[in-house]
Ligand binder design. Sequence first.
Ligand code: CTP
Length: 413
Amino acid sequence: MNSLAGKRIVLGVSGGIAAYKAVEVCRRLMDAGTHVIPVLTNGATRFVGRATFDALASEPVRMSLFDEDDPIPHTTLGQTADCVLVAPATARVIGAYAAGISSDLLTATLIATRAPVVICPAMHTEMWEHPAVADNIATLVKRGVSIVGPESGRLAGGDEGAGRLSSPADIVAEVDRVLDFSGRRLDMGGLSVVVTAGGTREPIDPVRYIGNRSSGKQGYAFAEEAAARGAEVTLVSTVDRPGPLGPTVAPGVTVVRVNTAEEMAVATAEAAKEVDVVIMAAAVADFRPVDPAGVKIKKSDGVPAIQLEPTPDILAGLGASKPEGQILVGFAAETCDVADNAAAKLSGKCADYIVANDVAAENVGFACDTNEVTVLASDGRVRPVGLRSKRQVARAVLDLVMEDRADAREENQ
Ligand code: CTP
């Protein structure tokens, strides 16, 4: 995908140590053929020099709301931009943008634009996790602003934690995606999608449960990707959106919260009745205690013998009663013989696609931010999707589903 060539991008840089990485973002955007207009805050210039951007970008650095050549530079920039990207975005810029306060050229441009906006937060973990920042991010997500990162890792001063600016490659990929969507019809517009997310919890007693390591990140990524492409999404999930957003989800996603496999089975069957696409990304427990204790089991009573029984296989149930034309996507979480086990699930559960996940591999599967999968289609095609963010994995899988759907519709005409 290259939707970048020829586009005008305002690259906002605010004052954080990660500002030096914006130089690489600028260079990559230039290499992709975009017209880059750098807008720096005063704080940014304490971390990176104007001259660097002057030399690299398409236009000289802009900083002031009161430019002698242009009486209203923020409206000119905002109106003519195809995308406004802020990398890094500090807590101050995020707060000002969320509150509609335009105290400098960058925040004024953000408020004066109708172009898509991509915000890449970078700050210390304490700041990123502060409820004020979390609320501001949630506000921006609700308004349809695209948020990239932050990632976890080493921060300034040797600290570790969430708050590190996403990689320049991921930032540029997101700008590309956002421009791609703003430039064409949303390819999932008019479609309804059900996604499941998270691991189910099967109670042993009122305080303990049988669970698994699923975080729900891949399911949320599918839901938000489908919604960003125009679909109306119901997300049946055992967890809130992982990360600081809590219960806030992107526009177009309705969340139905459940706990157990049984609850997920009922909610999913209800939601999936007439939808176009179902994606079973949840890690559903296969067994549950037959008779959960009504009161907390006491240690003094000795080691409990917990009798288990199978839970309903939701995907297999959906596969058996699939309405004509519905597309059913399942997952296979495997730790060995991935290809064979995934193929057996594809046919055994009557799915159209199985997304095979080697959950024993590093940076793949449960709880991490990245994933690497192989998609098996029911007609025997196999499409590997290399290591990338869970959102990008969702995008690649939905690209395949939508390509196949378009081909099938063409054949039927
Ligand atoms: N699944 C389901 N209901 C279950 C178990 C799994 O709907 N009770 C779905 C999952 O959401 C996933 C697919 O089936 O889309 C495969 O799940 P996975 O855990 O990989 O395999 P299982 O079918 O549980 O089989 P096994 O544990 O033996 O690998």
